[in-house]
Design a protein around this ligand. Structure first.
Ligand code: PRP
Ligand code: URA
Length: 210
């Protein structure tokens, strides 16, 4: 089945994204906004989880309810900037497991360099949400998803806050079965591989390292 690409136009996401992009937004607020946007994105990206019927005894009778049909989720942030989205995602799905993939982009070649990978043991039974605020050339997301797929997860979705057209196309081509969710689709990459207008270096802004 071929995946979809969704640009999330919810007013709350768009409002928060406008503050996030602002060069004058400080580290503390930036971090809070990344988590809040991640939470709102997870809310929408989980809307296709299957439900099953359940009868619940209320104080006044029996309610015919629906509950999530035993699906297990895993969040996999791409280090380091993806870490900034984990708390927001877990706020909505506290029982999810969390894996980690460590990648950085070589500044010259823009190719991803992997330095860490630790995934939940039972990832083959889980729906995986890969988290990274930025999809620029797409190299990091493609590499991370390739690593995850080697462990045969039930499904993979990719969530980013800002995507560049170049990265979106590359990711769709490399992993056509993966649903992609972004809060914004920007204009282009500059000569250093940064998204324009983007928000700058997500990792540095989350962790205050520049
Ligand atoms: C950033 C970002 C992505 C990657 C996107 O990480 O968080 O992982 O770049 O670029 P790409 O689509 O061209 O691969 P970076 O390599 O700066 O590492 P960091 O999160 O450790 O700062
Ligand atoms: N990584 C970032 O943090 N920002 C970009 O614009 C591109 C890659």
């Amino acid at each position: 089945m071929s995946g979809k690409a969704v640009i999330m136009d919810h007013p709350l996401i768009q409002h928060k994204l406008s503050i996030l992009r602002d060069v004058s937004t400080g580290t503390r607020e930036f971090r809070e906004l990344v988590n809040e946007i991640a939470m709102l994105m997870i809310y929408d990206a989980t809307r296709d989880l299957p439900l099953q019927e359940k009868e619940v005894q209320t104080p006044c009778g029996v309610a015919h309810c629906r509950e999530i049909a035993g699906r297990k989720l895993a969040f996999v942030p791409i280090l380091r900037a993806g870490l900034g989205m984990v708390e927001g995602a877990l706020a909505l799905v506290p029982s999810a497991r969390v894996g980690h993939i460590g990648l950085y982009r070589d500044e010259k070649t823009l190719q991803p360099v992997e330095y860490y990978c630790k995934l939940p043991k039972d990832i083959d039974k889980r729906d995986v949400f890969v988290l990274d605020p930025m999809l620029a050339t797409g190299g990091s997301a493609i590499d991370a998803i390739t690593q995850i797929k080697k462990r045969a997860p039930h499904s993979v979705k990719f969530l980013c806050i800002i995507a560049a057209p170049e990265g979106l196309e590359a990711l769709k081509k490399a992993h056509p079965d993966v649903d992609i969710f972004a809060a914004g689709l920007d204009d282009h990459l500059n000569e250093n591989g940064y998204i324009v207008p983007g928000l700058g270096d997500a990792g540095d802004r989350i962790f205050g390292t520049k």
